[in-house]
Design a protein around this ligand. Structure first.
Ligand code: ASP
Length: 369
C-alpha cells in the first residue's frame, strides 16, 4: 500500500456529499449510449434532461459574521443561472451568469473585492468550459477586467486559442468589446486591511491557515502545515458553478482573485483546465476551491471527472477527490461535481464551504455539508 494511504488522517471529517440527503435527479444513461471515442461534433443526448445548477462560494473557515452574506450571494447566483436553465437555455450561459453574479458580489474572492497581491493589486483568473462542444476559454492575471468570466467566454467563443494572460488577455477582451477599468476599482479597503494583517503575520513567521482552520500536528503538507493556529480574519472565496441543461450539455466555470498576499503573476488551480475547472459531456463537470497548489499538482478536477466516466457516482467521486487531496498532499479544499445524468456530489474538508443547488424542486443553500 502506498505510504500516503498509511499516513491518511483528516484534520476535518470529509463532509459527505449531498447526494445522500437530497433526492438526486433520475439517471438516464446518456453517455452510456454513445460510441466510445472520436467525437468531432457536439456531444448531446437525444432526450430532454432535468436541469441542475450547483454553485460554490469558496471552501475555508467562514466566520459566523460572514455567513449570511455568503448564503445570500450563493442564492442570487442560483437564481440568475437557473432562470436560464429552466427556460431551456444552455448550461454555458447559466454557469457564466451564476459566476458573474458572484464576481459582482464583493463578499467573494472574485472580481471586485478579491484578495490583494503582495504589492496591493487585484489579479484575477477565470475559466469557462463547455462540455458539449469541448470548448474552453481562460484568462489569468488580468487586472483591468471587472468580470473575468465574461472575458473567458469571449476567449471560448471568439478565439482559436484557449488561454490568455495579463495584458494580452486584457487586449483580447477589449478588442472584443469589453471595457477595461482601472485596477483601483477592484480594490476594497477591507482587502487592504487584510493584506496588512497577512503581511504582519508573515513577518512574524505565522502561516496562512485559511483553508484548514486549526491545523493538526499530523498535517504533513509543507503548503498547509503550521504550528500556529489563528487566521480567522482571512478568507478564500473563489467562486464556481457547474450546470446541466435540458439538452444534456454540461458546463463549468471557476473565477478567483487567488490567494491573499500572492506574488504578482502567480496563477492557482482555478482557471487551469482540469485543475480547478473542467467539463465534458462524456464524464462530468467540476469546479474546485481551496489551496490551489496541491489541487494543481494532482490535476484534481480531471481526476474527479475521470472517476465519474469510469463508473463512480459523482457523490462518491467528490468525496474521493477531497480525500485524495488531503491524503496525498495534505491539501484543503472543496468540490462540486455534476454528472451527465444530473447526479451530483459536493464535498469539502475545510471547516465550511458556501454551496447552492437549484433543481426544478427549488433552491437550497448551505455553508457546510
Ligand atoms: N483555489 C484558489 C487559488 O488557489 C483559491 C480559492 O479557492 O479560494 O487561487
Amino acid at each position: 500500500m502506498p505510504k500516503y494511504f498509511l499516513l491518511a488522517v483528516h484534520s476535518f471529517p470529509i463532509a459527505s456529499s449531498l447526494g445522500s440527503s437530497l433526492p438526486q435527479p433520475r439517471a438516464n444513461g446518456i453517455t452510456r449510449d454513445l460510441p466510445p471515442m472520436f467525437y468531432h461534433e457536439q456531444v448531446i443526448s437525444r432526450s430532454l434532461h432535468v436541469p441542475v445548477l450547483l454553485v460554490h462560494g469558496g471552501a475555508w473557515a467562514i466566520p459566523d459574521d460572514d455567513a449570511p452574506a455568503h448564503e445570500a450571494g450563493v442564492r442570487a447566483a442560483l437564481k440568475a443561472g437557473f432562470e436560464i436553465l429552466s427556460a431551456g437555455g444552455p448550461a454555458l450561459d447559466a454557469v457564466q451568469a451564476a459566476v458573474a453574479v458572484l464576481e459582482d458580489d464583493p463578499t467573494f474572492d472574485a472580481g471586485r473585492g478579491s484578495f490583494l497581491t503582495s504589492d496591493g493589486r487585484v489579479q484575477l483568473d477565470a475559466l469557462l468550459m463547455d462540455g458539449g462542444r469541448m470548448k474552453a476559454g481562460g484568462v489569468a492575471c488580468v487586472e483591468r477586467i471587472r468580470n473575468p468570466i465574461q472575458a473567458a467566454r469571449l476567449v471560448l467563443e471568439q478565439s482559436p486559442h484557449v488561454y490568455f494572460v495579463g495584458p494580452g488577455a486584457e487586449a483580447f477582451a477589449a478588442s472584443n468589446g469589453m471595457t477595461l477599468i482601472d485596477n483601483g476599482e477592484l480594490v476594497l479597503d477591507r482587502e487592504r486591511r487584510r493584506l496588512e494583517i497577512a503581511q504582519s503575520r508573515q513577518a512574524a513567521g505565522l502561516a496562512d491557515e485559511t483553508f484548514s482552520g486549526h491545523i493538526h500536528r499530523d498535517d504533513k503538507s509543507p503548503e498547509t502545515a503550521s504550528p500556529h493556529l489563528t487566521a480567522d480574519q482571512l478568507s478564500h472565496d473563489t467562486v464556481g458553478a457547474v450546470a446541466l441543461d435540458t439538452h444534456g450539455n454540461l458546463a463549468a466555470g471557476t473565477s478567483t482573485g487567488g490567494t491573499l498576499n500572492k506574488t504578482p503573476g502567480r496563477v492557482g488551480d482555478s482557471s487551469l483546465i482540469g485543475c480547478g475547472c473542467y467539463a465534458d459531456n462524456l464524464s462530468a463537470a467540476v469546479s474546485l476551491t481551496g489551496w490551489g497548489e496541491p489541487i494543481m499538482k494532482l490535476v484534481l478536477g480531471k481526476w474527479a471527472t475521470d472517476r465519474v466516466a469510469a463508473g463512480s457516482t459523482p457523490e462518491f467521486a467528490a468525496r474521493e477527490a477531497i480525500s485524495y487531496l488531503f491524503n496525498r498532499l495534505g491539501g484543503h479544499g472543496g468540490i462540486i461535481l455534476l454528472g451527465p445524468d444530473g447526479r451530483f456530489g459536493i464535498a469539502h474538508n475545510t471547516p465550511a464551504m458556501a454551496w447552492g443547488l437549484a433543481t426544478s424542486a427549488g433552491l437550497q443553500t448551505g455553508l457546510s455539508i
